[in-house]
Design a binder for this molecule. Structure first.
Ligand code: SF4
Length: 519
């Protein structure tokens, strides 16, 4: 008897058992395209499309379409680990989890990082999803946690592990599952937004559904401004002082340190997008009807414009805006009149605040030629980019390491501010340099305090040139190129061997080319 095989339509929603095995064995080394392709066929198309819209890459995507920085998932992990009563669990390859855990503790996490391990079998059979669900149920103790965050790293994302099928809440503990693959989220800065945005969305729907918990600390009765972006602890009080004459208070800083602060963040008069890359978070604030103000109160012109924009967004009268401006700008002009930065500078980083630092440097007198940021152009940094360009500064969004180093060689600055490899290149070239993340973004930038502190550190670094010259004179060319490293005796050169290897390489290259043309 003929047997009819029933044809079933494919389920629209990915299910725990419908995981494609294609990503098994993939990782950083498999290449972005292979990972993306696997994720698309595993049902992650929608989230990848959202990331592509939120965190755009350069239009001329080439080999350097993505800036070189640490594993992006670190941004989400850091945001989760800094929140009270929040457990953060990683799902990914052991090597990725090892690196991320190491970096978290290097930056003082003082919190355990959860991990659901997998192997080829649990990945391809869907058992990994069940393991994740079990571990979430295990952890969901409302006495300990307000929320549990689960982060899919590259391989589980490419395999389609469907975190969206986890319960939204267990025993009153909120469950937030996010995909943060290196092939979908370009930088760790933007990965902070992935988690902050997911939490804001959850909190917004809670607030829309009924009463929510008040923040732990008493709130000001004045209309508040939510600050978007991790900043130096002295900056929010500094901003509070600047906006007080307008009858406004500083509210919550997002990413928040506790779940209930999310409600207070949403309940604001306006949002200051101090860091400009929080696209998903901005979407949530806009959905809550909050106006967004870009740029930040850095330098005289920046502060003048920003106070005006905040005043307008919150309906403050012009005379109050003027009072606020006069109070801050007079003090700032005083600081800038007393001290100046003298010297040519190139600047690059991946924190997202590079353009703000650039503005402040220019106002402090620096001859700034280049600002490179790993983050993209957004409406919230457009004003800063235009301002810098009007002062003759080259602004490079989604800057690659090669662009940062080329700018350094081109402009031959007296000081290079940059990421670790840029700083290393500058030191090799005997030029003073400062690491952006630890030495520049970890100090106040806003208002009067920002100007004063930046001038001191920059002038101090430029003043180190004589020490570099002395070191260069002392060491000469020792330990450079193939003489680098630890040697028991004076390194010997083997020019004949070197010439032989060069000849062999050239021969092999010619042969490859001939084969390619023949094929
Ligand atoms: S999770 Fe991070 S370290 Fe792991 S494969 Fe992806 S980008 Fe690389």
């Amino acid at each position: 008897m003929d047997r009819i095989i029933p044809i079933q339509p494919a389920p629209a929603e990915p299910s725990a058992t419908a995981i494609t095995p294609s990503a098994d064995g993939l990782g950083c080394g498999a290449g972005k395209d292979a990972m993306q392709q696997a994720a698309l066929s595993a049902g992650k198309g929608e989230i990848l499309a959202q990331y592509a819209a939120d965190y755009p890459l350069k239009a001329d995507a080439g080999p350097h379409d993505q800036p070189q920085s640490m594993c992006p998932a670190f941004g989400s992990l850091r945001v989760g680990l800094r929140m009270r009563r929040t457990a953060t669990i990683l799902s990914g390859s052991a090597c990725c989890v090892y690196g991320l855990t190491f970096t978290s503790h290097f930056y003082g996490a003082r919190r355990s990082v959860g991990y659901v391990p997998f192997n080829s079998e649990s990945l391809v059979t869907g058992k990994l999803f069940e393991d994740i669900r079990d571990s979430v149920y295990d952890q969901a103790d409302p006495a300990k946690y307000d929320a549990i965050v689960i982060i899919n790293l590259c391989v589980p994302t490419a395999s389609g592990v469907p975190l969206q099928l986890l319960p939204k809440e267990i025993n009153g503990v909120r469950i937030i599952g996010i995909d943060v693959p290196g092939f979908g989220v370009p930088t760790h800065a933007e990965a902070k937004d992935v988690l902050a945005g997911a939490m804001l969305r959850y909190a917004r729907t809670e607030a829309e559904a009924g009463p929510v918990a008040a923040p732990r600390q008493a709130r000001s009765d004045k209309p508040s401004i939510t600050l978007l972006g991790e900043m130096f602890p002295a900056d929010p009080p500094g901003i509070a002082q600047m906006i007080a004459p307008m009858g406004l208070a500083v509210g919550t800083v997002v990413p928040t340190r506790e779940w209930r602060e999310l409600y207070a963040a949403l309940d604001c008069a306006a949002v200051a997008a101090i860091h400009p890359f929080y696209t998903a978070s901005v979407r949530e604030f806009q959905a809550a009807g909050r106006p967004i103000v870009g740029s930040a109160p850095v330098g005289v012109e920046g502060t003048h414009d920003w106070l005006g924009a905040i005043g307008q967004a919150t309906g403050v009268s012009q005379d109050k805006i003027d009072v606020a401006r006069n109070a801050t700008l007079a003090a700032m002009r005083g600081v800038l009149a007393q001290q100046k930065i003298q010297g040519r500078i190139t600047l690059s980083g991946y924190e997202g605040s590079e353009l703000l630092v650039g503005r402040l440097l220019v106002e402090c007198g620096a001859d700034l030629r280049y600002v490179g940021s790993a983050c993209p152009a957004t409406p919230w940094n457009a004003q800063d980019a235009a301002w810098l360009q009007s002062k003759g500064v080259h602004v490079q969004f989604r800057a690659s390491l090669e662009q940062d180093i080329a700018a350094f060689h081109e402009w031959k600055p007296q000081l290079a501010i940059g990421t670790t490899p840029v700083v290393q290149a500058a030191k090799e070239a005997c030029i003073p340099s400062l690491y952006f993340t630890n030495l520049i973004s970890a100090r106040p930038l806003m208002g009067v305090a920002g100007a004063g502190s930046l001038i001191q550190v920059i002038n101090g670094a430029i003043g180190n040139q004589t020490r570099f010259d002395r070191m260069k004179e002392f060491f000469g060319a020792a330990g450079q190129g193939d003489e680098a490293g630890v040697w028991a005796e004076v390194p010997r050169q083997f020019p004949a061997f070197r010439a032989d290897v060069k000849r062999m390489n050239e021969k092999a290259k010619k042969k490859r080319k001939a084969e390619e043309m023949g094929g």
